[in-house]
Design a protein around this ligand. Structure first.
Ligand code: NAP
Length: 282
């Protein structure tokens, strides 16, 4: 069993982004990311702080817009519109989830698709479907980067993704398919889930239930990728995979923390750099 070290891979990705940023800066171009947070959800605050730190590390300009929980839809739309027009901002990220009274879908669609570095809006999702994209969604792309780093082949493998959300499960399945995996997507209505998972060469868990994947769901020698960011019974951060129960059966496994999480932020930096290059024709 080998642990996939997301911290190490993400550090290398960010170092590469920093190198390319230096080059851009020598031409007078500085990539800029705007992060919008509405309300005071503590988890969102941690994610936003981590994104800001990553921007500093790679040499980007970052702007944070922290809006009160009672912000109206129109106020948020106006801010997105302002950021769409701002020349020194190449990427716009609206931290989800938004407070319930706001229409998340409309906000995501308002972001100019060339600044949609999360790749959540319909234009970018459509481009991913046809395999002709500018940006990949950060978490699934981070997973693919880790597989590639560890030379784990996907082509022809049985890949099972548990979860079908728009931000993780569906695009994850699509990226595995692009790499010629034979992909099964499971969800809460899936029958015989354990058996399907136990047939996976590559099993990706994006369920949101702590320690959901147990040893009887894992094939001997499988690669197990844990996207979950959950809290266990003691409030400690854990994943969707019961790491201790499962690890000995796997050939490779991602830990939580230190697995997929850092890769998500590294991909966001890659996407922002790409957005900057596209917008400056370089
Ligand atoms: P989500 O929108 O809640 O989706 C969860 C998915 O799991 C749904 O498709 C749901 O099925 C499925 N599911 C729920 N219970 C199930 C069951 N008993 N059996 C099989 N499938 C079941 O969650 P998400 O946004 O995709 O996030 C998933 C996890 O990833 C969370 O822990 C989240 O915190 C984490 N996450 C981590 C990162 C990162 O950077 N590491 C980024 C994003 C998310 P239905 O569709 O049928 O309801």
């Amino acid at each position: 069993m080998q642990i996939i070290d997301g911290k190490k891979v993400s550090a290398e990705v960010k170092a590469q982004v920093a190198k390319e940023t230096e080059l851009l800066k020598s031409k007078g171009i500085v990539p800029g990311l705007a992060v919008v947070i509405v309300g005071d959800d503590p988890a969102s605050r941690v994610y936003v702080n981590n994104k800001k730190k990553a921007c500093e590390l790679v040499g980007f300009k970052s702007e944070e817009y922290a809006l009160p929980a009672q912000t109206t839809q129109q106020e948020l739309l106006d801010l997105v519109e302002t950021l769409n027009d701002k020349k020194d901002i190449n990427g716009i990220l609206v931290q989800l989830p938004l407070p319930e009274h706001l229409d998340e879908k409309q906000i995501i669609e308002a972001i100019n698709s060339i600044k949609d570095v999360d790749a959540f809006n319909a234009v970018n999702v459509g481009k991913i479907m046809i395999g002709d994209y500018d940006f990949l969604p950060c978490t699934p792309a981070g997973v693919m980067e880790m597989l590639s780093y560890y030379n784990i082949p996907v082509s022809g493998k049985n890949c099972v993704v548990i979860g079908r959300s728009n931000i993780v499960g569906k695009p994850m399945a699509m990226l595995l398919l692009h790499q010629n995996g034979t992909v099964t997507i499971c969800h809460s209505k899936t029958r015989n889930l354990n058996e399907i998972c136990a047939g996976a060469d590559i099993l990706v868990a994006a369920v949101g239930i702590p320690k959901f994947v147990k040893a009887d769901m894992v094939k001997e020698g499988a690669v197990v990728i844990d996207v979950g960011m959950d809290r266990d019974e003691n409030g400690k951060l854990c994943g969707d995979v019961d790491f201790d129960d499962v690890k000995e059966k796997t050939s490779y496994i991602t830990p939580v923390p230190g697995g997929v999480g850092p890769m998500t932020i590294a991909t966001l930096m890659k996407n922002t750099l790409k957005a900057c290059k596209l917008q400056n024709n370089c």
